[in-house]
Design a protein around this ligand. Structure first.
Ligand code: ATP
Ligand code: MG
Length: 563
């Protein structure tokens, strides 16, 4: 084995083996098949990176296919959002396709199965079907309709299509094996009646295919070579193969037939990740929408300030495995930190302002300072103005400082980033005893940062000039759930129980350096000492709104170690 092949994941190994043996004539075509019943989440991002990544690596491309076989839950809004998310992640599809485009072929193939005695119309109720199916320990019983003559099956199936029967009255089932050890093979449903408008086919159909029937047919019609899905479908694979293999004369599907492969789905700590749950969070108002920055959706991550590169790097780091695991959200946060450390310009912003007056600086006296935008000189510089009236962070002052406090305190001296040294001479309080102003003096000899006598000043604080600063709203986010796995509740428990009531903190008094006044939605910065922030679409010119993407360090590591 060469060094290069050692680092392949198991899917790459499978594909390379197929390429070597010429299984698909040297072709690789993957697909990403979302159901348009919600917005995509980080788990889908993993699947997108995997499928599109393989399509790119082996040159065959990837189809974006909407699995729109369930008319009651699907909407155009979701189709549009999914396309936008895939593009944002940096991928381009070979074709956009819709399962609904194959409804006629799927129907024709179902008639074919009926004529070959491989499918029958069953009149049992849903509950009876469940009962007849048995369970893992109890073998199934044949449906009394199992041996209906072909002509009768065809007639009923056509009349089901014509809309003669109400929902639930009849279904089409595959005739496989009611004794099978694999429950999926106990005469699974192929079609059911749904009198519902479909977002693309309207009222043309009242008969809709089941996923296990539709999916292999879609893959085969498109010439997909490797159909990659998550592990829950492992037991469905024999059915996937069965559906396609009935086409013995190769009337419907080109050979070789597609093959299904499974990998472990991504689960992430402190969040939920199923479209159904995410929809509930939106509908019940626990979040502001699908793109709320606390959501695990791709659109939420985007609004939060994540970059496509960080999401892709995370997917790469998580890897592809066959064993289910819960990935740490800290890994995702690490990926965005790593990206923004390199890519985000530095700025100064004061989130909870405390007024500072430099008493030995004249009113109107101003010093223009040049600050580097980034440790990498390529980012250039910007001007900030040092004046008599400033703001610093309220947290950076303690009237009675603890040991090893290097920030501001009565009589203490600190450095203002890029400006000079100041000393706190007087603390001004209001009637309630709250500190409202610090009166300080500056050392003019330290302009630029340090005093010529070389005296040691450890603390460096960020600051803004009061007259120059722009007011802003800043939104700080914490985990949406306090439980590592919110779905892991005690019997009868509600997954909402661990929703974090403090997942959003809105600061409306923030003061930013003036260069941030016209930040455009999506612009990302490091606010010195505070973290990475991204301008929100709610921003207006001169009135920015920022989301904290992630703090500079993982504060939970500390909190958990202490607690
Ligand atoms: P959900 O329950 O969130 O709706 P789903 O699997 O039903 O998930 P689909 O729209 O059917 O959602 O999924 C499209 C593709 O994304 C499928 O191939 C599916 O396997 C994959 N996928 C969905 N969730 C995850 C996940 N958590 N990790 C990896 N892949 C996922
Ligand atoms: Mg689904």
């Amino acid at each position: 084995m060469s060094d290069a092949s050692k680092s392949l994941n198991f899917l790459e190994e499978l594909i390379e083996a197929d390429l070597a043996s010429g299984t698909h004539g040297g072709r690789v075509l993957t697909r990403f098949p979302p159901e348009p019943n919600g917005y995509l989440h980080i788990g889908h991002a993993k699947s997108i990176c995997l499928n599109f990544g393989l399509g790119l690596k082996y040159g065959g491309g990837t189809n974006l296919r909407f699995d729109d076989t369930n008319p009651t839950k699907e909407e155009q809004e979701y189709v549009d959002a999914i396309e936008a998310d895939v593009r944002w992640l940096g991928f381009d599809w070979k074709a956009v396709l819709f399962a609904s485009d194959y409804f006629q072929t799927m129907y024709d193939y179902a008639e074919f199965l009926i004529t070959r005695g491989k499918a029958y119309v069953c009149d049992l109720t849903e509950a009876e079907i469940r009962d007849y199916r048995g369970n893992f320990h109890v073998p199934g019983k044949d449906s009394p309709y199992r041996d209906r003559p072909v002509e009768e099956n065809l007639d009923f199936f056509r009349r089901m299509k014509a809309g003669e029967f109400p929902e639930g009255a009849k279904v089409l089932r595959a005739k496989i094996d009611m004794q099978s050890g694999n429950m999926n093979l106990r005469d699974p449903l192929l079609y059911r009646i749904r009198h519902a408008e479909h977002h693309r086919t309207g009222a043309a159909w009242c008969l809709y295919p089941m996923y296990d029937y539709a999916h292999p047919v879609e893959d085969a019609l498109e010439g997909v070579t490797h159909s990659i899905c998550t592990l829950e479908f492992e037991d469905h694979r024999p059915l996937y193969d069965w559906v396609l293999e009935q086409d013995v004369e190769e009337q419907f599907f080109k050979r070789p037939l597609p093959k299904q492969f499974e990998f472990a789905r991504l689960n992430l700590t402190y969040t939920v990740m199923s479209k159904r749950r995410l929809l509930e969070l939106v509908k019940e108002g626990h979040v502001k929408g699908w793109d709320d920055p606390r959501m695990s959706t791709i659109s939420g991550l985007r609004r939060r300030g994540y970059t496509p590169a960080a999401v892709r790097a995370f997917a790469e780091k998580v890897g592809v495995a066959r064993r289910a695991a819960l990935s740490e959200v800290a890994l995702l946060e690490g990926a965005i930190r790593e990206d923004l450390e390199k890519a985000a310009p530095r700025r100064m912003a004061v989130l909870r302002p405390l007024k500072v007056t430099i008493t030995n600086l004249a009113e109107g006296e101003a010093h223009e300072l040049t600050l580097a935008n980034h440790p990498d000189e390529g980012f250039g510089t910007r001007q900030v103005t040092f004046t008599r009236d400033l703001y610093i962070e309220r947290d950076d002052f303690e009237e009675v400082p603890p040991k090893k406090w290097f920030r501001l305190a009565p009589g203490a001296e600190v450095r203002l980033k890029g400006a000079c040294l100041i000393r706190c001479e007087e603390v001004v309080k209001d009637a309630s005893g709250q500190v409202v102003e610090l009166r300080c003096t500056w050392d003019p000899a330290s302009l630029g940062g340090d005093a010529p006598d070389g005296r040691k000043v450890k603390g460096t604080l960020h600051w803004v000039s009061a007259v120059h600063a722009v007011n802003a709203e800043v939104r700080l986010y914490d985990r949406l759930f306090t439980a590592e796995d919110p779905m892991d509740t005690p019997e009868g428990g509600d997954w909402r129980a661990s929703l974090n009531p403090a997942s959003l903190e809105v600061l409306t008094e923030a003061r930013l350096e003036p260069s941030l006044a016209d930040a455009k939605p999506g612009d990302r910065f490091q606010f010195e000492r505070l973290g990475y922030f991204c301008a929100d679409p709610d921003s207006k010119p001169g009135a920015p709104v920022f989301n904290r993407t992630v703090a500079l360090k993982d504060s939970w590591v500390k909190a958990e170690a202490k607690g």
